[in-house]
Design a protein. Structure first.
Length: 94
């Protein structure tokens, strides 16, 4: 892990994910407890406020182990929200 640009870019992406998680309403977070909202926001805080001490092994573990599951969970959440939203549209707008 000597490529400092890749590490910085990856850390930035994770900080953005955490920032966006902060924008998710408490109701939505409660309705989807399978998504580790608190951990996502915690990683963002660590990266933003203590960047020099970010454990690269933890970052790599998150990328390889947690991120694929998170993507699946978010995809499922978005699909269910899209299904719900389209059910509210008049039939001629679906």
């Amino acid at each position: 892990m000597r490529d400092k640009k890749t590490i910085a870019a990856t850390a930035f992406c994770f900080s953005q994910i955490g920032e966006l998680a902060n924008e998710i309403s408490a109701n939505t977070q409660s309705a989807h407890p399978q998504i580790p909202w608190r951990s996502i926001k915690g990683m963002r805080n660590r990266i933003v406020h203590d960047y020099e001490n970010v454990d690269l092994a933890v970052l790599w573990g998150t990328i390889t182990n947690s991120l694929p599951t998170l993507i699946e969970s978010i995809d499922a959440l978005l699909a269910s929200e899209a299904d719900f939203s389209s059910a509210l549209l008049p039939e001629n707008e679906q």
